[in-house]
Design a protein around this ligand. Sequence first.
Ligand SMILES: Cc1cc2nc3c(=O)[nH]c(=O)nc-3n(C[C@H](O)[C@H](O)[C@H](O)COP(=O)(O)O)c2cc1C
Length: 157
Amino acid sequence: MKIEMYHASKFGNGKKVASYLQGLLIAKGHQMNVLHVKETKPKALPPADLYIFCSPTRIGKPIGSMRSFLKKAKMPDDTKYALIATLVKPRPNKKTGEMPTKEEIEKWQRNLPIMERILKEKGMTKVADLEVYVLDIKGPLEEGWEKKVEEFASLLG
Ligand SMILES: Cc1cc2nc3c(=O)[nH]c(=O)nc-3n(C[C@H](O)[C@H](O)[C@H](O)COP(=O)(O)O)c2cc1C
C-alpha cells in the first residue's frame, strides 16, 4: 500500500507517534511518507491508497492548521483514511481532586469527531482512529503509547 501521513505536531509528541507508526508500516512492506501539514500543499497531495492524519487538540478541536488543511485537501473520492488525535489525559482537578465528568471530557476532546466530519463531506472512508494521550500540554506521551500505535497499525493492513 502507498500511505501518505500528515501531522500538525507542535511539541513533537504527534511527530513521535507518526515516526513510530511509519517504522511499523514500512517493516510490513508498505510505502509511507510522513510530512508536517506546513511542509505540503493540501490541494496538491500525491495519490495514495491510505491517508493518515494526526492532530494535536486545541480547546477541544483539532489544531487550526489541521482543520484548514483537511478542508482544503484534494484526494480522490472514496479514498481510505485513518485518524490520530493527541490529547491531554483526563486528570483530577488540582483544587477539588475530582475527575472531570464524561460531558466535560467530551467537550474538551472533540478532535476525532471534528476531523471525521470534515472528511465525511469529501466522501472518504474511515478505516481506523486512535486517541493517544500526553500527560501534560508539552508531553510526555502516556505510558504504553507504543502498544496503542501497534494495535492501530494492525488495523490498517
Ligand atoms: C492552547 C492549547 C490548548 C489546548 N487545548 C486542549 C484541549 O482542549 N484538550 C486536550 O486534550 N488537549 C489540549 N491541549 C494539549 C494538546 O492536546 C497537546 O499539546 C498536544 O496533544 C501535544 O501534541 P504535540 O506534541 O504533537 O503538539 C492544548 C494545548 C494548547 C497549547
